[in-house]
Design a binder for this molecule. Structure first.
Ligand SMILES: NC(=O)c1ccc[n+]([C@@H]2O[C@H](COP(=O)([O-])OP(=O)(O)OC[C@H]3O[C@@H](n4cnc5c(N)ncnc54)[C@H](O)[C@@H]3O)[C@@H](O)[C@H]2O)c1
Length: 203
């Protein structure tokens, strides 16, 4: 977890551990105090600790489930309590929820986010709160910096658009799902993967 640095004018940056309830409660309270209301939660925090399932340690499993799944639940639960009716929640799954070699922990955590999204959509619909998830494919960020070139090249070869995605292409979909333009969309997980999954019969 990095300390916030480049904060846009009028913004507020707070560091917290997403899986630590008191720390998230403090952060959400500060947001409400500063801005008076909460209309949108966009949640992106996540980690990887990859290993083949046969070699994965329980620590690797627990660490990833804690941040990616428990953390998503904690933040969504607390934000939803404090959010205005009619608000929107955008969570972050991953294309890996469909299954990915070396990512049993990560894939399970992101599959959990899909199920959490669907359940929260059912429970929060009566308050007019929409809940959707992003499922990015291969995106150029610090998380994927360490991916070896040969894996990267193989991935690009399997992407119909023929390139890795950029963070602003994910942010644009998050902004859409959070906006009134998506006012009748809830409980959905949207693949944003340059078409990589199309034709594979996976989703
Ligand atoms: N980059 C990709 O190809 C890709 C693909 C699919 C899904 N995703 C998902 O997108 C999201 C963003 O990933 P990214 O690629 O920008 O990775 P990143 O490593 O650049 O960013 C992850 C962020 O999560 C924060 N974080 C980690 N643990 C935390 C904790 N306990 N509490 C609070 N914050 C914590 C880190 O400080 C970091 O800012 C993640 O959920 C990731 O699983 C990424």
């Amino acid at each position: 977890m990095r300390e916030p640095d480049d904060v846009p004018a009028g913004g507020l940056a707070l560091a917290s551990d997403v899986a630590d309830q008191p720390s998230v409660e403090r952060a959400v309270a500060r947001v409400k105090e500063r801005f008076g209301r909460i209309d949108v939660l966009a949640h992106f925090a996540g980690i990887t600790k990859d290993a083949l399932a046969s070699k994965m340690t329980l620590q690797q499993w627990d660490d990833v489930i804690r941040v990616n799944l428990t953390g998503t639940f904690v933040v969504a639960q607390i934000a939803a309590r404090e959010m205005e009716d009619g608000g929107a929640i955008v969570l972050t799954s991953s294309r890996s929820y469909l299954g990915n070699v070396g990512q049993a922990n990560y894939a399970a955590s992101k599959g959990g986010v899909v199920s959490l999204t669907r359940t929260l959509a059912l429970e929060l619909g009566k308050r007019g709160i929409r809940v959707n998830a992003l499922a990015p494919g291969f995106i150029e960020t610090p998380m994927t910096d360490a991916v070896p070139d040969r894996v990267r090249e193989k991935a690009v070869a399997s992407i119909p658009l023929g390139r890795i995605g950029q963070p602003d292409e994910i942010a644009a979909v998050a902004a859409f799902l959070a906006s009134h333009e998506a006012s009748y969309v809830t409980g959905q997980t949207l693949l944003i993967d340059g078409g990589r999954t199309v034709g594979l019969g996976l989703a």
